[in-house]
Design a protein around this ligand. Structure first.
Ligand SMILES: Cc1cc2nc3c(=O)[nH]c(=O)nc-3n(C[C@H](O)[C@H](O)[C@H](O)COP(=O)(O)OP(=O)(O)OC[C@H]3O[C@@H](n4cnc5c(N)ncnc54)[C@H](O)[C@@H]3O)c2cc1C
Length: 343
C-alpha cells in the first residue's frame, strides 16, 4: 500500500489551487483527477478580482490565462439597465487550471486520468492509498462527501456556450435578469479576448429547460454548448473521519450569483494553512478547526449570499420590487469597490 500524508481527490479549481498552496509550503501531496485534461466542467470563466480581503492575483501568482479585466457589468432588467462596478477578470479557465497544476507539481504528484472509485476505512480505491488527510475537491457529485456522510447540497443548473456574434459592448460583462428570459436565474454574456462566453442558469430545474431552448434558438451560431449542476445552497459540513471538503463538494459557492471560483481558491488557501498546522502535530488535530477557520474568513459572505438568493428568487414575487432592490445593491457594491480599488 502506497503511503501519502495528503491525497486530493479532484483536479478542478479547488483541488489544483489547494495543491499549489501545499506545494508552496513544501508539503507533498498526491492529486487524482479522473479526466486526462483540465477544465472539463463548463464555467462562465469570470473571476471576481477581489473578495473580502483576498486578491485573485496574489493567490494565483501568475498572469497566464488572463484574457480581459472588466470593471463594469450591465444588468439588463425589464425596467432598464443597471450598472455595477466590480472588477471581473475574464479568463481562459483551462490555462488557469493548467498553471495552478504547473506550480503545484514542483512539490507533489498529479495523476491525470485516474478516478478514485471508492473510499473504504480511509483507503482510496482502487489506488490502495491510505492518506492521513483526504481532501475532497471532487465537485458536485463528491464521493468524499459521501464517505464522510455529509448531505448533498441543493443544486441549480447552468449551460454555457461560446459565441463570436454578440452585439453588446465588449468592454463590459452583461447579465440578463428578466423573468421572461429565465425564472430564478439569469443569462450572461461575458467578453473574452476573441469570443464571448455566454450562458444561462436557474436555481429551479423545472423552469430551466424551456428557457434554455429559447436562449439557444436566439443564439443559433453559438458553439460548444455544455451544462452542469451548480450547488446553490448554504455550505454544508466540510469535515468528517479523516477528510475535509472544498469547493463545489462543500457548496463553497456564492449562491445568489453562482460564483464559486474565488470562494474555492480562498478556502483552499485556508485549508492549506490548516494542513500546515496539522502536519506539525503529525495530523493529530481536530478537523472541525478547518471549518471554523474558513467560516471565520468567508462564512458570513456565503451565508449572506444564500439568504439573498432566497429573498431575491423565492420570497419577492414582484419583478419591479426585485429591480428596485437590485438597483440598491448595485449602488452599494459599486461604492464598496470604488473605495477598495483606490487603495
Ligand atoms: C455553467 C457554469 C458557469 C459558471 N460560471 C462561473 C463563473 O463565471 N465564475 C465563478 O466564479 N463560478 C462559476 N461557476 C461555478 C464554478 O465553476 C464552480 O463553483 C467551481 O469551478 C468549482 O470548482 P471545483 O474544483 O470545486 O469543482 P469542479 O470544477 O467540478 O472540479 C472537480 C473535479 O474533480 C474531478 N473528480 C470528481 N470525482 C472524481 C473522482 N472520484 N476521482 C477523481 N477525480 C474526480 C472532476 O473531474 C473535476 O475535474 C459556474 C458553474 C457552471 C456550472
Amino acid at each position: 500500500m502506497e503511503r501519502y500524508d495528503i491525497a486530493i481527490v479532484g483536479g478542478g479549481i479547488a483541488g489544483l489551487s489547494m495543491a499549489k498552496f501545499l506545494a508552496e509550503k513544501g508539503i507533498p501531496f498526491i492529486l487524482f483527477e479522473e479526466h486526462t485534461n483540465f477544465f472539463m466542467k463548463p464555467c462562465g470563466e469570470g473571476i471576481i478580482a477581489r473578495v473580502l480581503g483576498y486578491d485573485f492575483y496574489d493567490l494565483y501568482g501568475s498572469k497566464e490565462g488572463i484574457e480581459k479585466e472588466i470593471m463594469e457589468t450591465n444588468i439588463h432588467t425589464k425596467y432598464g439597465i443597471l450598472t455595477l462596478e466590480m472588477p471581473i477578470i475574464m479568463t481562459d479557465k483551462k490555462k488557469i487550471e493548467a498553471e495552478f497544476a504547473r506550480q503545484a507539481e514542483k512539490q507533489g504528484e498529479i495523476r491525470m486520468g485516474e478516478k478514485v472509485g471508492d473510499i473504504k476505512n480511509g483507503t482510496l480505491l482502487p489506488q490502495k492509498i491510505k492518506p492521513k488527510i483526504i481532501v475532497g475537491a471532487d465537485g458536485i457529485f463528491s464521493i468524499v462527501r459521501k464517505y464522510i456522510g455529509a448531505k448533498t447540497p441543493r443544486c441549480g443548473i447552468a449551460i454555457r456556450a461560446y459565441s463570436n456574434e454578440v452585439e453588446l459592448d465588449d468592454e463590459k460583462c452583461h447579465v440578463i435578469r428578466r423573468d421572461d428570459v429565465v425564472k430564478y436565474g439569469y443569462a450572461w454574456f461575458f467578453p473574452k479576448r476573441k469570443k464571448w462566453n455566454i450562458g444561462i442558469g436557474s436555481g429551479k430545474k423545472k423552469f430551466f429547460k424551456a428557457a434554455y431552448q429559447k436562449f439557444r434558438q436566439e443564439n443559433p451560431n453559438a458553439f460548444e454548448w455544455k451544462g452542469a449542476y451548480i450547488p446553490l445552497d448554504m455550505p454544508i459540513k466540510s469535515y468528517g473521519k479523516n477528510a475535509i471538503l472544498i469547493g463545489d463538494a462543500a457548496a463553497h459557492v456564492s449562491a445568489a450569483i453562482g460564483e464559486g471560483i474565488m470562494p474555492s481558491i480562498i478556502i483552499a488557501k485556508i485549508a492549506s494553512d490548516f494542513i500546515e498546522k496539522a502536519a506539525k502535530k503529525d495530523y493529530k488535530i481536530d478537523l472541525s478547526l478547518y471549518e471554523k477557520a474558513w467560516k471565520e474568513a468567508i462564512g458570513r459572505y456565503l451565508k449572506r449570499s444564500y439568504y439573498l438568493k432566497i429573498l431575491f428568487f423565492s420570497m419577492i414575487r414582484s419583478e419591479y420590487i426585485r429591480y428596485k432592490l437590485l438597483a440598491k445593491m448595485c449602488k452599494e457594491v459599486t461604492k464598496y469597490y470604488r473605495r477598495i480599488m483606490k487603495r
